[in-house]
Design a binder for this molecule. Structure first.
Ligand code: UTP
Length: 295
């Protein structure tokens, strides 16, 4: 009998060099889309998918993440004294009381695979777990992780979320060898290559930041040697799972914003502003007047 997916690892210990100087003293996952840090979108997605243990892998700039998901009694009192109870309640419910937050420190940014392996002490060999990268901000009617857990509940096999990328972008991703003709398809992965040259890429289907992984991957990660870019790559360990218990790839329903890149971050901010119930209309007017000025 397979165990349900209840734990999620959220690695937030990368250096975020593409966003310097903003990320000199804070993790890039604390950068906000309007008024919400990208890590909070990932946490909300995980909670909606039924996750009860959030495991953060934090780096040197650790405090703000732990503070953000902790209670703040002084702020709570102040807001209530100003009749802002709804806002105070909203802040208190970011992480419900029955969801636990666990923090591990990654002393050195040695790669995503190394970051995930930092959580090994709380993952059993036979326990599946999720990984969410807050950089990939997902918008979907059914949260992407929930879509994936529904598939996992039927198959009991590790699962990675993928989407097609332009041929000139394959060098930035883990690229899978799998037949996934349309959105909503999922199927067995024959192989995966981290950051291939376009000529070596088995397809244009790229792994994006949502995974459900077999607990046994922790053992594989322990012995994983550095791969592409000199980093300990999660993809290389996934490739070993392919040869063992097997892995599926899933073309999810929804939209991904690559908030790890500046242009993706700008796109996500603009789309969120346009969809905003209060600021959508004024944002549209602002954009039109800015574009008119360009002409
Ligand atoms: P990235 O490679 O996209 O993030 O890692 P980065 O290295 O922080 O960013 P740049 O390229 O320098 O701008 C993907 C995810 O893995 C985490 C990052 O925080 C990010 O969420 N990560 C990466 C770690 O936690 N530890 C690492 O050693 C590497």
């Amino acid at each position: 009998m397979k165990r349900p997916v209840r734990k999620a690892i959220l690695p937030v210990a990368g250096l975020g060099t593409r966003f310097l100087p903003a990320t000199k003293a804070q993790p890039k996952e604390m950068l906000t889309i309007i008024d919400k840090p990208t890590i909070q979108f990932a946490v909300e997605e995980a909670i909606e998918a039924g996750i009860t243990h959030l495991i953060f892998i934090i780096g040197r700039t650790k405090r703000s993440i732990a503070d953000h998901f902790d209670s703040n009694p002084e702020l709570d009192m102040l807001l209530r004294s100003k009749d802002k109870d709804a806002l105070a309640d909203q802040l208190n419910s970011i992480v419900p009381k029955d969801v636990a937050c666990i923090y591990f420190r990654q002393a050195e940014a040695l790669g995503l695979g190394h970051a995930v392996a930092c959580a090994a002490p709380v993952i059993d060999e036979d326990e599946p777990f999720a990984v969410l990268l807050a950089d990939d901000l997902m918008r979907a009617d059914v949260p992407v992780l929930k879509q994936m857990i529904d598939i996992y509940d039927n198959t009991g096999r590790s699962l990675v979320a993928v989407e097609p990328v332009d041929q000139d972008k394959v060098e930035s991703y883990g690229i899978v060898d799998a037949d996934l003709p349309e959105v909503g398809s999922w199927g067995r992965l024959r192989g995966v290559i981290e950051k291939p040259k376009p000529a070596d890429a088995p397809s244009n289907q790229a792994i994006v930041g949502r995974y459900i992984l077999d607990g046994s991957i922790m053992r594989l990660l322990k012995d994983q040697k550095p791969g592409a870019g000199g980093e300990i790559q999660l993809t290389d360990a996934i490739s070993k799972l392919v040869a063992g218990p097997g892995v599926d790839a899933y073309r999810f329903h929804g939209r991904r914003y690559d908030c790890g890149s500046k242009l993706g971050f700008i796109e996500c901010t603009m789309a969120s502003a346009l969809e905003h119930p209060e600021y959508g209309q004024p944002t549209r007017a602002l954009m039109q007047s800015l574009l008119a000025r360009e002409m």
